[in-house]
Design a protein around this ligand. Structure first.
Ligand SMILES: C[S@@+](CC[C@H](N)C(=O)[O-])C[C@H]1O[C@@H](n2cnc3c(N)ncnc32)[C@H](O)[C@@H]1O
Length: 285
């Protein structure tokens, strides 16, 4: 794996600084609504039942708190820390927590995941998660996963949802960007010219990273597998016409969601997923 950020922390912070105020508008894009429903289905099935009463979570690279919000509202017994590099992003998470009455259960901390073990020294979590391109942006995904694994209680869970190499290459080829697709196969790349360069992953690489961090890999999945985002879905607004037409029809949306859900646990569809989902746990001994 190629380590080292192609983008500096300042570049990444400045990119998300510019996105922060409109970031939650992704919740109105039909493709991401589908993807988020699937991610929540996977969590409801494989993760929530394994969490103890009163669990503590760490939302690593939590951004505007879209996923802290889901956990904090679905499980009022939980409490957690959202840790992120970009104050403009987690400012929205704080405001959301205040609006929805769980600010006393969610602490927002500014920091680089490259230093997370030191920054959160003394804290231990039942659940650590990083969703949507967070591991893609860090200098060394192996180092960050190892640090996050060290913050788990025995039996604690680490859940990652990260961009796939194969999907990125397909996406760039649909836009005629052959050079970029070739880079994607080496594990680096991006979806637009304006975003910072990222790490891109494969299922077996994710297994190896988690195992090298001392974790047991319980599940690797990948989704959505039947529909992929177009260029519009890399922006915070707008939708690819065919996706908006198809997913804008409520009945069609529900049928596609049901098809995708039926594929969540099939090991033979993993590599076709747009994003890769890995559930790993810290041994209890
Ligand atoms: C694509 S957003 C995802 C936000 C959130 N996890 C979600 O799914 O909505 C990526 C987030 O990772 C944060 N991030 C990127 N590099 C980071 C680093 N080295 N340390 C901490 N946070 C980082 C960014 O500030 C941004 O908020």
């Amino acid at each position: 794996m190629t380590d080292g950020p192609a983008a500096t922390l300042d570049e990444i912070r400045s990119y998300f600084d510019g996105k922060a105020d409109a970031y939650d508008d992704v919740d109105a894009q039909p493709y991401w609504v589908l993807s988020d429903e699937l991610l929540w289905s996977a969590l409801a099935k494989s993760v929530l039942p394994r969490l103890p009463e009163g669990f503590r979570f760490l939302d690593a690279g939590g951004g505007t708190g879209r996923w802290s919000h889901r956990f904090a509202t679905a499980r009022p017994d939980s409490s957690g820390v959202l840790y992120d590099l970009t104050p403009a992003m987690f400012g929205h998470a704080r405001a959301k927590a205040e609006r929805h009455g769980y600010a006393d259960r969610l602490a927002c901390r500014e920091g680089d995941l490259g230093q997370v073990a030191e920054e959160l020294d003394g804290e231990r979590f039942d659940l650590v998660f990083n969703f949507h391109n967070v591991l893609g942006f860090v200098g060394s995904p192996q180092d960050v996963v190892t640090q996050l694994a060290g913050l788990l209680k025995p039996g604690g869970l680490l859940v990652s949802f990260v961009p796939s190499r194969w999907h990125a290459a397909w996406f760039n080829l649909t836009l005629g960007r052959t050079d970029e697709a070739e880079r994607n196969l080496t594990g680096r790349g991006r979806f637009t010219d304006t975003m910072p360069d990222m790490h891109l992953f494969t299922p077996e690489q994710l297994r190896a990273i988690n195992e090298a961090a001392g974790l047991r890999v319980d599940l690797i999945s990948g989704f959505p597998v039947l529909l992929y985002p177009g260029y519009q879905e890399t922006q915070l607004h707008g939708s690819t016409r065919s996706l908006a037409d198809l997913l804008g029809d409520r009945r069609a949306f529900e049928r596609i969601l049901a098809m995708e859900r039926s594929l969540l646990d099939r090991p033979d569809t993993v590599g076709r997923g747009n994003n890769l989902f890995v559930l790993a746990s810290r041994p209890t001994d």
